[in-house]
Ligand binder design. Structure first.
Ligand code: PRX
Length: 645
């Protein structure tokens, strides 16, 4: 409630982009919006010229809802566009600056990154990877993660990157769904000073998978590992004697560039399929316009390569633009809570893109930490992954950006591939807490149940009314889910994002959060069903329901209601065991903050859990009408338990 009051008060606040910034911004003329609206296809067609094509496309768009094809019959290669085309002018320019958690440093110029990628591609070929084979990449934040992605793209093998912090189960599920025969992992890495035994986790996951032919292992932490004969190979062995030239495979514009698994409303994550041509045009354009990339920028996106943000705005968008990117392996509070600020100072970072959870955490750690560091190199700040509350926005703007850096609050999703709602830093007046307006070429609307646009100030479903180049092509192996999840609400040609939003009197969009059974914990996207199925897979549990509870730092945390088998006694030990069970099955990001042992759950007469009521109980809100419940008494009992009685 406080947050809502705060949001409506701060809504009055409008900040113009700093004048100096606007003068030299890549996009400084608001005309761009009108031009894009006049003819969105032509608009994207013109932008496609910023990408190098081996063969020109002959049609911009084929839109047979919900299927779109962009830049038809064009041939190109993503790796070529990120590397080869920069060799003439930027061979010696830094592409990657990497810093390990232990302070180790490594850099790659564009020339070196090209060599490393070609050699990696040749290793993949040696292993037998062919065009069209899906390669799973299970690597932490090390340069090899980016190199592996580019190497796959170079030979036309779609990659499926699995977040290194995900569990062995999550890996197994994704490798199986993708029918991936090749997996790239590493021996280990460090997180907050502690060794993470990645290879061990990989082995455990792959025990449950059939059909994996080879596992390529990057040596990183130098920890002892088991190598399975006939399956596992060291990257550094295979690199011996391989050529640093590898031709970039001409791919059709619509060939798959990658899969990215993400959580939805069922127990199983879905493989979002992204194509090549459209995706690259979107990634190039948004990185250039939203982050205002210039030749001398040092750009740092703190996301993990295992998420879509890492794909579009660590790897593809910035490298397509020939930018210098910083990659940091570790966490923000190791060895001290000022690690990010010292990195910005050390590398003179100019563009910084992070998540609201991180910003709220920094805010809590106090102003003194950033103040001790020289952050004057910064010229633009970005936010992504969850709604940012005005207070955190202002803190970011004042304490980190020194009031001279525009803040771009970027709304988008795994499925959209590109930033969809944002300010353009040189032209859009900023309203703290609002992601502003649709990116040029995008028609974002807020609709009611019937598909009509809602009046100003009223909440509704955030939807996209026209196709865009980097839109999801399908759900891997599950067309039906693709249709049902995104396109079934209003007749087939309007994309439903799953988010709620409202539009204010100036046409600014205020994203309110998810409307479906997806929760965002510290910006990480998790399906409640996924966590519930993990809980019921524990022998002590008969039924489970999971809800998101508002949290000052993380946006939301997970509260799980668990009904135990009749013979099981509830205990704190069991509570810890269940938390650990979920972390082990999905990953530590899914670990419930609280487990409530319940006798029953609020259910309708037909036995369906009333999520609305459970959500209200979880958040201490008014539960409203309970007369439709078969067991209204349970509401008071659960309220008492949530309240800690
Ligand atoms: O709820 C929205 C939230 O993140 C969801 C997409 O999650 P994911 O696919 O993991 O991608 C995250 C990174 C692009 C959205 O449905 N979200 C993302 N950015 C914002 C946001 N909510 C509010 N404001 C944002 N800027």
């Amino acid at each position: 409630m406080d947050e809502m009051i705060e949001s409506s008060l701060k809504e009055q606040l409008v900040l113009n982009p700093p004048e100096g910034f606007s003068r030299s911004a890549n996009i400084s003329d608001p005309e761009i919006y009108r031009r894009s609206e006049e003819d969105p296809e032509k608009f994207w067609g013109e932008l496609s010229k910023n990408i190098d094509w081996f063969e020109e496309w002959d049609q911009i768009l084929d839109w047979k809802p919900p299927h779109s094809k962009w830049f038809l019959n064009g041939k190109l290669n993503a790796s070529y566009n990120c590397l080869d085309r920069h060799l003439q002018n930027k061979k010696d320019k830094l592409a990657i600056i990497w810093e390990g958690e232990d302070g180790a440093e490594k850099t790659y110029t564009y020339g070196e990154l090209y060599d490393a990628t070609c050699r990696f591609s040749n290793v993949l070929k040696k292993m037998g990877v062919e065009k069209g084979d899906i390669v799973t990449i299970y690597l932490p934040m090390i340069p090899e993660a980016v190199i592996a992605m580019l190497a796959c793209a170079r030979i036309g093998a779609p990659h499926s990157v699995v977040f290194a912090g995900f569990s062995h189960e999550a890996l197994a599920q994704r490798v199986t769904d993708a029918k991936s025969e090749y997996v790239i992992t590493c021996d280990g890495y460090h997180h907050k000073g502690k060794l993470q035994t990645q290879k061990e986790k990989t082995d455990k996951g792959l025990e449950k998978v059939s059909g994996v032919k080879e596992v390529l292992v990057v040596q990183h932490a130098n920890n002892e590992i088991d190598m399975k004969p006939g399956r596992d190979v060291w990257l550094h062995y295979l690199l011996h004697g391989v050529s640093n030239e590898c031709p970039a495979e001409p791919m059709d514009s619509e060939d798959t560039l990658f899969l990215m698994y993400t959580s939805g409303t069922t127990g199983k994550p879905k493989g979002v399929v992204h194509s090549t041509g459209g995706y690259l045009v979107s990634a190039y354009t948004t990185a250039n316009w939203v982050f205002d990339l210039k030749d001398d920028d040092i750009y740092w996106c703190t996301a993990d390569v295992g998420w879509i943000t890492g794909h579009s705005y660590i790897t593809y968008g910035p490298l397509l633009n020939g930018a210098t990117i910083l990659i940091y392996e570790g966490s923000p509070d190791y060895p001290g809570k000022a690690r990010f600020w010292s990195l910005i100072e050390k590398y003179k970072v100019t563009i910084f893109y992070t998540a609201p959870t991180a910003i709220r955490m920094f805010m809590k750690w106090g102003d003194a930490l950033p103040q001790k560091h020289d952050l004057s190199s910064l010229r633009l700040l970005g936010s992504v992954g969850e709604p940012i509350n005005p207070r955190a926005w202002l803190w970011y703007y004042e304490q980190i950006g020194g009031k001279r850096c525009p803040v771009v609050d970027t709304w988008w999703q795994t499925e959209t591939g590109m930033i969809m709602i944002t300010s353009l830093p040189g032209i859009t007046p900023m309203k703290p807490g609002s992601a502003s307006k649709a990116f040029p070429g995008i028609k974002a609307v807020v609709l009611d149940e019937a598909g009509n646009e809602v009046p100003v100030g009223k909440g509704g479903y955030l939807a996209i009314k026209n196709p865009w180049p980097s839109m999801i092509r399908t759900v891997h192996g599950n067309e039906e889910r693709f249709h049902k999840t995104y396109w079934s609400k209003w007749g087939g040609d309007i994309y439903m994002s799953g988010d709620g939003a409202r539009v204010d009197e100036d046409g600014y969009i205020w994203v309110l959060g998810r409307l479906d059974d997806v929760i965002k914990v510290a910006g990480h996207r998790l399906g409640t069903m996924e966590i519930e199925s993990s809980l019921v897979s524990h022998p002590a549990v008969t039924e489970a329901a999971v809800e998101g509870k508002a949290d000052e730092i993380k946006g939301e945390v997970i509260v799980a209601y668990v009904i135990l088998e009749a013979y099981v006694e509830p205990s704190d030990k069991l509570r810890d065991e269940l938390k650990a069970h979920v972390a082990d099955e999905i990953g530590h990001i899914a670990r419930p903050a609280d487990i409530i042992f319940a006798e029953d759950l609020p259910k309708t007469r037909s036995g369906k859990i009333m999520r609305r009521i459970l959500k209200a109980i979880t958040n201490g809100e008014d539960v409203g009408d309970v007369t439709t419940l078969q067991n209204p008494d349970i509401v008071e009992e659960l309220k008492r338990k949530v309240g800690g009685e």
